[in-house]
Design a protein around this ligand. Structure first.
Ligand SMILES: [Zn+2]
Length: 247
């Protein structure tokens, strides 16, 4: 085992149990992504690969407080099914598995869970549910704190200072830059030049390094604040349950 292991599936039950007893790994990141077309030049696993890599680096910087648990490779991608290779889940079944995974972690005494998202199509379904989940966990496991954030939203200000194009877009300047930074040599550059969409050509490794560092740093800060007991509200309220009776 690596000295600073941050993936839950690489630990034995004893290692994890003893770490919990020492008060470690009380915060988890659940990366969510997608397997879907990313134009002609990026691998279809871009979203989950980048999100998981960001989560791992965040956890290493906060070691041994934070564990990365169960990256959700499949996302909600019906809108990309026109391209063969895309693998999608229905929102209801996807949300059910995500909720059960989070609940499993909370039941083991992991107090803070950040669902760190790397795929735009996952956002609205979670925004629709997260407040209900927070109310559930708040009453069933007092003190627990479950949050959902897309990493580009945590670092939006920094990202918009680097990118000309909309952040994050899809396989454009932002995602192609982050891919250059995280997986050098993995972009199909001939295909990138040949395809109709030219926006990815604005991407660079230099931009990507700034974007990735911003995403990591902002996520570290967000988790530190969660561990200090902050962020009990959702990032964006589609519907507020605040008016519900407090009983
Ligand atoms: Zn993407």
């Amino acid at each position: 085992m690596a000295d600073n292991e941050v993936r839950i599936e690489n630990l034995t039950r004893r290692e994890f149990r003893e770490a919990l007893e020492r008060g470690e790994y009380r915060t988890a990141i659940v990366p969510t992504g997608a397997i879907e077309q990313h134009l002609e030049h990026l691998p279809m696993g871009h979203d989950i690969a980048t999100c998981t890599a960001i989560a791992e680096e965040v956890a290493r910087r906060l070691y041994p407080s934070v564990i990365v648990a169960v990256p959700m490779c499949v996302g909600i991608s019906e809108h990309h099914m026109i391209h063969p290779g895309t693998v999608t889940a229905k929102p209801g079944s996807w949300l059910a598995v995500l909720f059960d995974a989070v609940e499993s972690l909370v039941r083991h005494g992991i107090q803070n869970v950040l669902i760190l998202n790397g795929h735009g199509g996952n956002e609205m379904p979670v925004y629709g549910m997260i407040r209900q989940w927070q109310l559930f966990f708040g009453s069933s496991h007092p003190g627990s704190n479950v949050q959902f954030q897309s990493y580009w939203n945590l670092s939006r200000e920094d990202a918009e200072a680097v990118c000309e194009a909309r952040v994050p877009g899809h396989a454009g300047e932002y995602e192609t830059s982050t891919h250059y930074a995280m997986f050098p040599g993995n972009i199909r550059e001939d295909a990138m030049r040949d395809q109709e969409d030219k926006q990815p050509l604005d991407a660079s490794a230099e931009k990507g390094e700034k974007l990735v560092e911003a995403a990591i740093a902002r996520t570290v800060t967000y988790l530190e604040e969660m561990m200090a007991g902050e962020h009990h509200d959702v990032a964006r309220h589609v519907f507020s349950a605040e008016s519900a009776p407090k009983a």
